[in-house]
Design a protein around this ligand. Structure first.
Ligand SMILES: NC(=O)c1ccc[n+]([C@@H]2O[C@H](COP(=O)([O-])OP(=O)(O)OC[C@H]3O[C@@H](n4cnc5c(N)ncnc54)[C@H](OP(=O)(O)O)[C@@H]3O)[C@@H](O)[C@H]2O)c1
Length: 295
């Protein structure tokens, strides 16, 4: 039976590497892109085995059109796989993040994944296919100033669990790939978004309170990606495994320090984890404690 897969966010990084890797394994890949030129570049790179499909995961009309297009191409056989990969990230302190910016993070990284899943599920059920969500080690571990992304990625962990439990009757398997630091375009976008936010969108008081710490953390994160980041192809390897293994695993922590950090998160108490994260990012320790009010 021909194997078919729809992947969102294939213009670069993990999505692009996954599209090429799955095409190389014989899948017909429907590659979600927002710009036609990105789709064309990918099609050429794969010697025409990849079919670009325009989709913005925040746009219901574009999702419906993409699902119709894929349904026409796959027919009664249905769709063997869906990879929800599209994602964005900008650093913001929780005290300052504009609510529309917080909602945008949830929309692209979480609600958008559900919208795409709902649209493609009839096709996936037809093929008793598989869903692979691309989460993050940030779905297990929270870093300061990455709250909007990690809140969405924590939500994606739970959504993946709910889908896995609910879709058992149809034989649809649902996994989550949880990348650690990955050397895609994302770290540079994070740094750029962060610097621009501090310079242009923080209030003067916000800049005084948080500016230096945010700049410090994004520089530390960029350095960790350079030093210990994995190439996107490593993450794509886990996507391929989740799509092709006879018994796919429920979770694939992969790349960077994902496995180690996820294991530590499971065993360390919160305060010890806070100290570890603070040290990893080179942030100063806590201020000396103020006296308790009723001491
Ligand atoms: N890089 C890391 O260190 C890292 C770590 C953990 C998890 N991840 C996760 O891995 C996934 C892929 O990220 P990446 O590292 O490969 O980053 P990337 O190179 O920046 O790729 C992100 C992709 O998402 C697409 N996208 C953004 N907004 C979209 C929207 N509204 N609708 C459809 N597509 C949209 C982008 O398309 P455009 O080019 O059109 O914007 C791009 O193709 C993300 O879910 C990310 O959270 C990455």
């Amino acid at each position: 039976m021909p194997r078919t897969v729809m992947i969102t966010g294939t213009s670069s990084g993990v999505g692009r590497a996954s599209a090429l890797a799955l095409a190389a394994r014989g899948f017909t890949v429907f590659a979600g892109v927002r710009e036609e030129s990105d789709g064309e570049a990918l099609r050429r790179a794969s010697a025409d085995e990849i079919v670009p499909v325009r989709v913005d995961v925040t746009d219901a009309g574009s999702i419906a059109a993409a699902a119709e297009r894929v349904e026409r191409a796959t027919g009664a056989a249905g769709l063997t796989g869906l990879v929800n990969n599209a994602g964005i990230g900008a650093p913001w302190p929780m005290e300052l993040v504009p609510l529309e910016e917080f909602r945008r993070h949830l929309e692209v990284n979480l609600t958008g994944q559900l919208a795409v899943t709902q649209a493609f599920l009839p096709l996936i059920k037809r093929a008793r296919g598989r869903i692979v969500n691309v989460g993050s080690e940030g779905g297990r571990i929270t870093l300061p100033f990455l709250g909007p992304i990690t809140a969405a990625k924590h939500g994606l962990v739970s959504m993946t669990d709910a889908l896995r439990l609910e879709l058992r009757p149809w034989g649809v398997s649902v996994s989550i790939v949880e990348p650690g630091a990955t050397r895609s375009d994302a770290p540079a976008k994070l740094v750029e978004n962060g610097r621009r936010a501090v310079a242009e969108r923080f209030s003067p008081q916000g800049r005084a309170d948080y500016g230096a710490a945010v700049e410090h953390v994004i520089a530390a994160i960029a350095a960790i990606h350079r030093r210990a980041g994995s190439p996107p192809e490593v993450i794509a390897g886990a996507v391929v495994a989740a799509m092709t293994a006879r018994r796919p695993r429920t979770r694939y922590p992969v790349g960077g320090h994902a496995k180690l950090l996820t294991r530590l998160r499971r065993v360390l108490p919160d305060r010890a984890m806070d100290a570890l994260v603070t040290r990893l990012l080179g942030l100063p320790g806590p201020e000396p404690r103020a006296a308790a009010p009723h001491a």
